[in-house]
Design a protein around this ligand. Structure first.
Ligand SMILES: Cc1ncc(COP(=O)(O)O)c(C=O)c1O
Length: 434
């Protein structure tokens, strides 16, 4: 089933970028017009006027993703890799084309290196349970960071407990960037794996992954990148990053929930035992033993989420059509604007890097004298959806000395006007609680 991927990362067309540029004058795209592509925001719908600032939790889906899923189930639905009839062949083709689309998107050289998962969490658990079990032993160390999501902490805790390994953490500096000076010292230990996120969901920090990989690899450690927040916001090229594993989720980038992908180097996947047993992942089954299917099917037990894979590919095509560079440019504008506007709100403590180039448009903050949940409730009353809590980063919250933050997170459809609405909402919260 292996297939090489021509063209490398981000070779998608620029249809929508061109369309939007035509409709909205200069600039790569106009987010206000782009909203028309997201049915959930339609003015006649139940969410008319909603300011959605919780895309780090899950992004909204464009029409092309909804259509692709619907079309698949309407026209092409059958189980894959099994049927000898035309419909099943077509379903299989769409499923495997979707895999190639994701492979190209992340710069994989080989489609067989892309394993479908339920999302980032499952991708990381897969690596911990298979590669981890075979390569991490008593006394070994797994190096994480203070920025990691629980999905990139707890699987390693489970592994460490099972095999007698130890977890260590690279700290952050006062602005929420990784302390790279600590990395080198930590890498002097028996570190088998460095696991970090590409982008922090809690602070928006963009981590210098290529640099971390270079140092980790020269110390003999493997590197896993949690790309849940990388893929929606940054161009991803796993070969250029140099990492060994990259996990991502479709729903953070306009695709459906419950589907994602794990990329890993072929030689690692070849050596890893299966994750789960069942149909699809076997070659030959005897009463007492079995042999495994070729990559990547060895890691995909049971009927896969074909509609999800098709939807994820449509989301990738959508992001490609905007061009990842244009997405990043739009995001940089929002970051600069948000930092400036939020920086002027009295009593607001803004977490994360002050330099726009070090972050994405995720704004985590604390309001003096107001609990983050109360801030979120007051914003909700004004039609502004933000997240308040620990953002699945309890060690980080503890490190920052807060129980929780309020977080406003943006994606391609958000505008500077919405940041203005957020600021007005926060001023209202300050008045209510002042
Ligand atoms: C940085 C990061 N890692 C991992 C995850 C887990 O992703 P999923 O729930 O899609 O598996 C998230 C989701 O919030 C995240 O933001």
């Amino acid at each position: 089933m292996s297939e090489s991927v021509p063209g490398g990362a981000h070779t998608g067309g620029a249809t929508l970028a061109a369309e939007n540029a035509g409709r909205s004058g200069p600039g790569p795209f106009d987010p206000a017009r782009l909203r028309d592509r997201f049915p959930i925001f339609r003015p006649e719908g139940p969410n008319a006027g909603l300011v959605y600032l919780d895309s780090a939790a899950t992004a909204q889906r464009p029409d092309v993703v909804l259509d692709a899923i619907n079309d698949f189930y309407r026209d092409d639905n059958a189980n894959v890799h099994r049927g000898l009839y035309e419909l099943s062949r077509r379903a299989t083709e769409r499923f495997e084309e979707a895999r190639s689309t994701v492979a190209r998107f992340i710069g994989a050289r080989d489609t067989a290196e892309v394993v479908w998962t339920r999302g980032t969490t499952e991708g990381i658990n897969l690596v911990a349970a298979t590669w981890g079990a075979g390569n991490v032993g008593p006394g070994d160390e797994i190096l994480l960071t203070m920025l990691d999501h629980h999905s990139n902490v707890v699987p390693w805790q489970l592994l460490a407990r099972r095999v007698g390994a130890r977890l260590r953490y690279v700290d952050i500096d006062e602005s929420g960037r990784l302390r790279l000076d600590q990395l080198d010292a930590a890498l002097k230990g028996p570190v088998k794996l460095v696991a970090l996120n590409h982008v922090s969901n809690a602070l928006g920090t963009i981590n210098p992954v290529a640099e971390v990989v270079e140092r980790a690899r020269s110390a003999g450690a493997r590197v896993l990148v949690d790309g849940a927040q990388g893929a929606p916001h940054l161009p991803v090229d796993v070969e250029a990053l140099g990492c060994d594993f990259y996990a991502l989720s479709a729903h953070k980038m306009g695709g459906p929930m419950g589907i994602g992908a794990l990329w890993a180097r072929r030689e690692l996947l070849d050596a890893m035992p299966p994750y789960q047993g069942g149909g699809e992942m076997i070659d030959v089954v005897h009463p007492d033993e079995s042999t495994w299917a070729e990559l990547p099917h060895k890691f995909e037990a049971g009927t896969p989420n074909v509609g999800g894979a098709v939807g994820m590919a449509a989301a990738v095509d959508f992001v490609q059509s905007l061009t990842p560079a244009a997405v990043k440019e739009h995001e940089s504008r929002l970051v600069a604007y948000g930092l400036e506007r939020l920086g002027r709100v009295a009593g607001l403590r803004l977490f994360g890097p002050a330099e726009p180039e070090d972050r994405i448009a995720v704004f985590s903050f604390a309001m003096q004298g107001v609990h983050p949940h109360d801030v979120a409730t007051i914003l909700d009353a004004q039609g502004i959806a933000v997240r308040a809590g620990h953002h699945c980063t309890q060690p980080l919250m503890r490190r920052l000395g807060v129980p929780a933050t309020t977080r406003a997170s943006c994606w391609v459809y958000n505008t500077t006007d919405e940041i203005d609405r957020l600021v007005e909402g926060l001023e209202e919260a300050a008045r209510v609680f002042g």
